[in-house]
Design a protein around this ligand. Structure first.
Ligand SMILES: [Ca+2]
Length: 242
């Protein structure tokens, strides 16, 4: 049944996407039709994670959302070559984006930017490429007690010990079809939840420097807006001009 659905959808013409907006120079236009669920055929399953998908076969299902927005090209502070800021809560990210005349990206905007019109599983293509993005560094075990310490010196030391981020835009192949960079890997990114049935208004996208299977789909919905962690940053979005 899944194969039949995939074939039927692969052969049908996609709906025309919304026209791309004109965005500020530091942002990229994001325009497309987002489908709540996608199903693909996996070609290479490794330790429960799919590392390669069959190109061209995809079933798009669930709620359909037209997306039209502007998105920061890089993780905050959205300047090429700067290190992404981490240990950011969703609430802090909201305040910073608002201060820049922007807002949080929604989960569906983020996925649309990452996948592009072909609804790619990874921003750079159909299969995991450990060198494309900063997502395959060795995992370092975390001292949650030190990270949550009341002493800012202790927190900073633990954050520094765990840090494996890179300057934004360092890996040219880590560019999504929309032009946004480092969507997979480097800092994990706060977004505004698009699925109202989920527990928090805050969600996390794109994995980080030690999550080599991270792709455009797959949302971490486990953390509320006050949560902060050593690898969590964000990027901002803005409504597209009419
Ligand atoms: Ca990222």
């Amino acid at each position: 049944m899944i194969l039949e659905a995939l074939l039927a959808q692969a052969l049908s013409a996609p709906a025309p996407p919304p026209s791309a907006p004109t965005c500020p120079v530091e942002m990229v236009p994001v325009a497309g039709v987002h489908h709540e669920y996608v199903q693909r055929i996996c070609l290479d399953l490794f330790q429960g994670k799919c590392r390669s998908f069959l190109p061209g076969f995809i079933a798009r299902e669930g709620r359909v959302t037209a997306v039209r927005a502007c998105m920061d090209r890089y993780e905050w502070p959205n300047e090429r070559g700067k290190l992404p800021e981490v240990m950011m809560s969703f609430v802090e990210a909201e305040r910073i984006c608002a201060g820049a005349g922007k807002r949080m990206c929604t989960e569906f905007e983020w996925e649309t930017a990452c996948e592009g019109p072909e609804t790619l599983p990874f921003p750079y293509g159909q299969r995991v490429d450990d060198a494309a993005c900063n997502s395959a560094k060795p995992y370092r075990s975390v001292s949650e007690a030190r990270l949550a310490s009341r002493d800012p010196v202790v927190r900073a030391a633990e954050t520094k010990r765990l840090w494996q981020g890179e300057p934004t835009g360092s890996r040219p192949r880590c560019t999504s079809p929309s032009g946004a960079m480092d969507m997979v890997g480097n800092a994990e990114e706060w977004v505004a939840t698009s699925r109202p049935e989920w527990p928090w208004r805050s969600s996390l996208k794109g994995g980080y420097w030690s999550k080599p299977w991270a792709g455009c789909r797959g949302t971490n919905d486990s953390h509320g807006p006050e949560f902060r962690f050593y690898e969590i940053g964000f990027r901002c979005c803005k409504d597209a001009p009419r």
